[in-house]
Design a protein around this ligand. Structure first.
Ligand code: ADP
Length: 544
């Protein structure tokens, strides 16, 4: 027997309709590429998303055609999120930090019909356009008078504002199967070609509900949320959808992601929640420390995408009074998997005992089912100690990659995350490594994240990466690559001494290399594969 409930598909257009109707005057604030601050509202966004959808119709784009974007976090990108997906096309967010060769490859693999871009990415468009014959329209996100001169000869060049101005602000969003594809995002492809993850309307709306939950982002119509995480990286972790679902004010930072710019925007817009990867928080943390500044409105930050070092979490909590929610997820998971917040029984614990939980990646959100297994696929106990591969499944987790020649990655219906973890009896997950980053020394595994976290706790360290260096006796040994804090004279011996008593002796890195900077990938994560290539052969003074 079926239930007697109305059958309404979960569609992305419904999120914007809701926000425009019930939170129409709630603001969307954007720092633009031009440097100024732009203000709009959900009601205006809905009108312009409708104009955008009408423009796509007028240009002859079909349902399910792919529309690429190369854009920062801002109101026009936000309009495209709804105008494109709402009208049954697929929004393909492209990471502009990738190499132009990779971008051209992705545009062709996705078979994009249109690509919309911020003016700062005009050089990328010049480089890729001749190699992307399938793209019929190159839409610059600007007024017609601002169209870049360097692209004037580009066939199919259009101004977004001119396109919208020619269209009506009335549009009836089509109603279709909620399992229809809505958006496409490629993984950064640190190994091999990037892989396309194809989200659906259903997965996106369910993920938005989950993101808004109290123990996740705890979003409400009283919040002001700033996604530092880019809209080209897993839909800014779903914030643009979850904010509409809750009527939350949105603040978009555009390209200005340095500590000073973020601080000023957060202060001016009363931001209560911000979300981003650890490397961007370092900039904000240092700026606020150096200038003895505070953000009284900012209650919490979500830090994820890479391990947040306990020292960073402590600095936010104790020095700045900002609560940190450590989160874990991946592109294939829309991305939210776990988030770390305490349970009632933890409230009676000492501050230090609470902190020991808070530094973990957190517990699964309803909708994400997890298992930890050994190399044979046998389940390991949830004892907080046994480490193995993490498998996940759920309605917003990928079942396959877009246009992939490989078989589905699923194992018995479970997606292998490639992360090595332990799970404690309360379900809190701790990531010890990515399978490809773990250091295998004499048959034992050493967690690179654990060694990095210790280095990050030293006041002289700004950033640290721990990588495996081949070793004739032990197979691999840990090598620490460190960026010193400005003004620090920290040396190798002092840093290695700092490890004494914090981990078993055999886990202490063999050597330390000081570098001016650690290479970061397109999503702001440390490129350990690059470091391995660079330093794997280096001679250690100690080992030599
Ligand atoms: P990629 O970096 O490969 O493009 P993602 O951005 O989807 O893909 O990264 C997902 C991976 O990032 C996870 O599998 C995990 O290894 C790592 N990661 C994400 N969040 C955390 C975290 N809080 N702690 C440690 N690792 C994390």
């Amino acid at each position: 027997m079926l239930g007697l409930m109305q059958d309404h598909p979960l569609l992305i257009s419904g999120l914007l309709d809701f926000a425009a109707r019930y939170h129409g005057d709630t603001e969307i604030v954007s720092r633009r590429v031009e440097g100024d601050v732009h203000r709009t509202t959900y009601a205006q966004v809905q009108r312009r998303a409708a104009q955008c959808a009408n423009a796509l119709d007028a240009l002859g784009l079909q349902a399910q055609d792919r529309v690429g974007t190369l854009a920062w976090n801002g109101y026009r990108h936000f309009e495209l999120y709804y105008g494109v997906s709402g009208s049954e096309r697929i929004l393909h967010t492209i990471n502009p930090r990738l190499h132009p060769d990779q971008i051209a490859w992705i545009v062709n693999h996705a078979d994009d019909r249109m690509v919309c871009f911020d003016l700062s990415f005009a050089p990328i468009i010049s480089a890729i356009a001749p190699r992307c014959p399938g793209v019929r329209h190159w839409v610059a996100l600007c007024a017609p008078e601002a169209l870049p001169a360097e692209l004037s000869a580009l066939p199919g060049l259009l101004s977004y504002e001119a396109l919208l101005a020619a269209q009506s602000a009335q549009y009836t969003w089509p109603v279709f199967d909620e399992n229809t594809a809505s958006s496409l995002c490629y993984t950064s492809g640190t190994t091999g070609n990037p892989k396309g993850v194809l989200y659906s309307h259903r997965s996106t709306v369910l993920h938005a509900y989950a993101a808004a939950l109290p123990d996740v982002m705890n979003l409400s119509a009283r919040d002001s949320v700033l996604p530092v995480v880019p809209m080209f990286h897993v839909n800014a972790w779903g914030v643009p959808y979850a904010a509409a679902l809750t009527g939350t004010k949105l603040v978009f930072p555009g390209p200005a992601l340095d500590g000073k710019s973020l601080f000023e925007l957060m202060q001016a817009e009363g931001v209560t929640l911000a979300a981003g990867v650890p490397t961007v928080w370092l900039g904000l943390l240092n700026f606020m420390r150096d200038n003895a500044l505070r953000l009284p409105a900012l209650q919490r930050t979500i830090i994820g995408g890479a391990a947040a070092a306990p020292a960073m979490i402590r600095a936010f909590e104790e020095e700045l009074g900002i609560h940190v929610l450590h989160a874990w997820g991946m592109t294939e998971m829309s991305p939210l998997g776990t988030l770390c917040s305490l349970k009632n029984k933890h409230l009676a614990l000492s501050k230090e005992a609470q902190f020991a939980i808070q530094v973990k990646q957190g517990r699964p959100i309803f909708g994400v089912d997890v298992r930890v297994v050994d190399g044979n696929g046998t389940d390991l106990p949830w004892d907080g100690k046994s480490t193995g591969n993490l498998l996940v499944r759920g309605p917003w987790i990928a079942s396959d990659y877009y246009r992939s020649d490989d078989p589905s990655p699923l194992q018995d219906g479970w997606f292998p995350t490639g992360d090595v973890v332990s799970i404690d009896p309360d379900g809190y997950i701790q990531i010890t490594d990515r399978t490809k980053d773990v250091i295998k020394s004499g048959g034992e595994w050493i967690s690179s994240i654990e060694l990095e976290n210790i280095a990050m706790a030293h006041p002289g360290v700004a950033m640290a990466a721990c990588i495996a260096r081949p070793d004739p006796k032990w197979d691999e040994r840990p090598l620490l690559v460190v960026v010193r804090r400005e003004g620090s004279t920290l040396d190798r011996a002092e840093l290695l001494q700092f490890y004494q008593g914090k981990v078993a002796k055999w886990m202490i890195p063999d050597d330390v290399v000081f570098v001016p900077a650690i290479p970061l990938g397109a999503t702001g994560k440390m490129l350990k594969n690059r470091l391995r290539e660079q330093f794997a052969e280096s001679q250690s003074a100690a080992a030599g």
